[in-house]
Design a protein around this ligand. Structure first.
Ligand SMILES: Nc1ncnc2c1ncn2[C@@H]1O[C@H](COP(=O)(O)OP(=O)(O)OP(=O)(O)O)[C@@H](O)[C@H]1O
Ligand SMILES: [Mg+2]
Length: 417
């Protein structure tokens, strides 16, 4: 077994989580560091020195708790520049059916990566799904089967090059080596979704402070990844603006008295605030507070629904419904709001399979960090004998994204865990 440190650089906080996964797939957390995010806004670095300090603080705290020197991290990447697409492709192998091996799948992935290249973007992951072997559809894993033609859809995710490079620079300047990069929403999904939900079809929404990332799974694999560049921070700003209070107070009343559904809050409930320029506290209706919150959440979900409908994704086909995670999923009434808005079953996604610091880490705000450790174990071959050699494919290397290779290995490793 080997320790892995996950680094989640969010809009509100930086988390460094140190842990190892046992043979039963349980995560033993032995270190946790958390620092307020400074110099970072929705994945972008806005001030290098402050961002580096935030990472250094989180790592230092985690290191002290774990009692070991930390040198490497697995990094979560997210941001407003996130783009995903599904590339369909087919390759003819031979006139007579032959055994499909890794290299055939690798070729499909490589071709999708080549076609998805775009100036100003880096490809972060390429995951094959929906295999068709000759005429047979619905092949889950073609390796070892016989066929003369194989086709697949490859889910490719890209992020803006400068966003990625600047985030990497922050981590390197903080003295850490990056051993893996994964998309933050994929990490969150890894932490909170069950395999059954992925098979049945599910929408996972990670609503943080600045971003609402989401992933759609259908038939066991990723169908779409997207991001709405708004989150809990926008709700706090609205409250501050509307109630003429500072953002610290707005954040506090949102957490203590906020609600996502105005019509379930009684008219009679009052809360105390101290507006700017007022000598004393005044009371306002809690319903009014909920109205301000609800409007913003509606806007975020409307944008999310628009993105899905542009992709022709029909939510009614997602039989497992919606799983919400991220800090903002803890807002009172959030689950009910989502249920009503999308007319689907909704649950809150708590990271699963955790031993050690469970009370603290089993929190939706830690989903990304927990998932990063899980993804690292699945993809980076940590603590296992090497099963597949790393690809030496020059084209893949040229994309400067280790994760492409890793994403391919994810496919290879998926049943080895
Ligand atoms: N109990 C609560 N009720 C309402 N909102 C909450 C609650 N607890 C946390 N939040 C909100 O959750 C947000 C932080 O969530 P999270 O830690 O997932 O974000 P992040 O990862 O830092 O940011 P992002 O992923 O958007 O870059 C903040 O906006 C905070 O106000
Ligand atoms: Mg986050």
């Amino acid at each position: 077994m080997k320790l892995v440190t996950a680094l989640d650089i969010g809009t509100s906080k930086v988390i460094a989580l140190v842990g190892e996964i046992d043979n039963y797939g349980e995560l033993h957390v032995i270190g946790l560091g958390e620092a307020p995010s400074k110099g970072i806004d929705r994945g972008y670095v806005t001030r290098l020195d402050l961002a580096v300090n935030s990472v250094v603080s989180a790592i230092k705290e985690a290191q002290e708790m774990a009692g070991v020197k930390l040198a490497t991290v697995v990094l979560g990447i997210s941001g407003t520049t996130l783009k995903s697409q599904n590339e369909k492709d087919a390759i003819s192998i031979s006139s007579q059916p032959v055994e499909i091996d890794y290299s055939h799948v690798e070729r499909l992935v490589d071709r999708a990566v080549m076609r998805s290249r775009e100036e100003g973007y880096e490809i972060l992951s390429a995951i094959p799904r929906k295999f068709i072997l000759d005429e047979q559809e619905g092949v889950i894993d073609p390796i070892g089967l016989l066929g003369s033609k194989i086709s697949a859809e490859v889910h490719v995710v890209k992020v803006g090059t400068s966003l990625l490079k600047n985030t990497e620079k922050v981590v390197i300047n903080a003295g850490m080596e990056i051993i893996g990069k994964f998309l933050s929403p994929l990490a969150s999904a890894e932490a909170v979704l069950t395999q059954e939900e992925k098979e049945e079809g599910v929408l996972m929404v990670d609503m943080g402070a600045g971003l609402t990332d989401f992933v759609v799974y259908s038939e066991g694999s990723i169908l779409f990844t997207g991001c709405v560049p708004m989150g809990g921070m926008n709700i706090t700003k609205d409250i501050a603006h509307f109630m003429k209070i500072n953002s610290e107070q707005a954040e506090r009343i949102k957490i203590e008295s906020g609600h996502a559904l105005a019509d379930v809050v009684s008219e009679a409930e009052r809360i105390k605030i101290k507006p700017r320029g007022e000598e004393r506290e005044v009371t306002v209706s809690r319903k009014q507070l909920a109205e301000v919150i609800q409007i913003r959440i509606e806007e975020i979900m409307e944008r999310l629904a628009d993105i899905l409908s542009q992709q022709s994704i029909d939510l009614n086909t997602l039989h497992a419904g919606i799983v919400i995670t991220g800090g903002s999923s803890k807002l009172a009434g959030m689950r009910e709001f989502m249920e009503r808005y999308f007319d689907l079953p909704v649950r809150i996604g708590y990271p699963i399979g955790i031993i050690g610091l469970k009370e603290k880490v089993q929190d939706p705000a830690y989903a990304t960090a927990v998932g990063l450790i899980k993804l690292a174990y699945k993809n980076l071959n940590i603590g296992k004998k090497s099963v597949v050699q790393k690809s030496t494919d020059k084209r893949a290397e040229n994309t400067s994204s280790l994760s492409i290779i890793l994403a391919k290995l994810k496919y290879f490793f998926k049943d080895i865990m």
